[in-house]
Design a protein around this ligand. Structure first.
Ligand code: SAM
Length: 343
């Protein structure tokens, strides 16, 4: 454990972006096989997921999080794969929330295991969950998740999270030919249920989802579809670097958000570092290569050396992939998978 009164020494990258968020993937496995993320044709029963000893241990994750907190990180998001498949996750959350400087911990999940775990997670100090749900109609959802699962287990997970006192946001990836029919039904369903629904433009992460700009439903199109039935007005940013553009229902029925990394990229305010389940660091969701830190730690890296490695990694950061895509400089390089790094 670091000293309570540790000094925070914020660091900036090549473009002056501060390091504020750490996204931690705790496992590469998932109980779903969403067609655009972990298609079953590739992630089949013979797929070699990480063996247990390749996963960062809780001690290693906590050590990294403590060091990052000393460099200005105040927000942590736990993701995966499906993070609730990592054993004893509540114990990790309890340790992370105790780190001086960490103010906020959130979790991204498909919610299926929340009825069993929500209470424990809340007691451990978790504040918020982002639940991924791409359709409200069973037939559409069954197709997308690749496992034939209906929406009920997810809706029960959301209910359990709310009952436990967790704040819930629901994220829906909108993709042409997959679930455009669900944009309005999802808005209708979640309006007035104390859940913020956020639409995510389909992104060109990974190498297996057959991404094509023609499949992207833009922020403007999404807002237009909802606005026609349930009028919306723009709402102000909640905090610097918020990824979702917010829109309020004019009738006071809450709000929605749209995450538009394709049509309105936001690299300029990106304050995120990503840690994979096997201990590699990534400064961009669209990176090809990670920075190996687990082996270095296992080989006896001292605290000073660790601080120097992390500072140099963030300090040398020059990536701005989504901005470059918008400028037409998009490359066809190999990218990490979303299921591996977690979003
Ligand atoms: N299993 C957890 C879940 O379902 O939330 C966490 C991991 S999952 C990879 C995180 C999020 O990434 C999900 O909301 C998923 O929809 C989103 N995602 C995956 N591929 C995407 C893509 N190509 N574009 C936009 N979002 C994507």
């Amino acid at each position: 454990m670091m000293q309570q009164e540790q000094e925070i020494a914020p660091i900036k990258d090549h473009f002056g972006r501060l390091l504020k968020d750490l996204r931690i993937s705790v496992i590469d496995q998932c109980n779903f096989r969403c067609t655009y993320c972990m298609p079953k044709e590739i992630f089949g029963k013979d797929y070699a997921f990480l063996p247990e000893n390749e996963l960062l241990s809780f001690d290693e994750i906590v050590r990294l999080a403590e060091t990052f907190a000393g460099l200005g990180v105040d927000k942590i998001r736990i993701t995966g794969g499906e993070p609730l498949m990592r054993k004893n996750l509540d114990q990790l959350i309890k340790r992370l929330i105790d780190i001086p400087g960490i103010q906020d911990i959130a979790l991204t999940t498909n919610a299926v295991f929340l009825p069993k775990q929500a209470k424990k997670l809340k007691e451990a100090g978790l504040q918020r969950v982002n639940v991924s749900l791409d359709a409200i109609e069973d037939e559409v959802f069954k197709q997308i998740n690749g496992k034939g699962v209906i929406t009920l287990p997810v809706l029960k997970g959301i209910e359990a999270a709310q009952a436990a006192g967790l704040q819930v946001k629901v994220n829906m990836v909108a993709k042409k030919g997959m679930n455009e029919s669900q944009i309005l039904p999802m808005a209708r369903y979640f309006k007035g249920r104390d859940v913020i629904l956020r639409y995510i433009e389909f992104m060109d992460v990974g190498n297996h989802n057959g991404w094509d700009l023609n499949n992207v439903i833009s922020k403007q199109q999404i807002v237009d579809i909802i606005n026609e039935e349930m009028p919306l007005e723009p709402a102000e940013e909640n905090y610097y670097g918020e990824v979702a553009s917010r829109f309020r229902y004019k009738d006071g029925g809450g709000e929605i958000g749209v995450i538009s990394s394709v049509t309105d990229s936001f690299c300029g305010t990106c304050t995120r570092m990503r840690l994979s389940a096997d201990g590699k660091l990534y400064t961009c969701l669209f990176a090809s290569e990670g920075f190996e830190i687990k082996e270095k730690m296992r080989n006896g890296l001292t605290e000073t050396q660790l601080v120097n490695e992390l500072t140099a990694l963030w300090g040398g950061r020059k990536d701005r992939y989504s901005d470059e895509r918008a400028e037409g400089k998009h490359t066809n390089r190999k990218k990490i998978e979303m299921s591996y790094i977690g979003g």
